[in-house]
Write a new protein. Sequence first.
Length: 122
Amino acid sequence: MENAKFTKGPWKSGVLVDDDGVKMSPQAIGEYVIELIKHGRSDWFSLVVGEKSDGKRYDICHVGNGGDSLHNAHLIAASPELYKALQLLIDYSPQNPYEMEEEEEKLWLMADKALKKARGEQ
């Protein structure tokens, strides 16, 4: 992970809030994005897009956090594949911790925790 250029975790998901902790309105979010671009650089604001079954392109995530923005967008864009790989790891591992070596169990628990976080279960 020392070669990774994205913002180191842990990360949390949530809604945008103002300085007082109040959920931002769509207008306030728009103004926030405009200010990010005005006072930063336009390449500091990245977008992750996806295509749904109807064939249309949808915004998945807007990332605007300075120089790490594009690297974070790459990590977010890889999330579906990372999720699938972790799920396969869980599916093909012994479910009984007594059948695992200590390091295997730690990796299994870490993968399970990450999958639960991705599903909003944590």
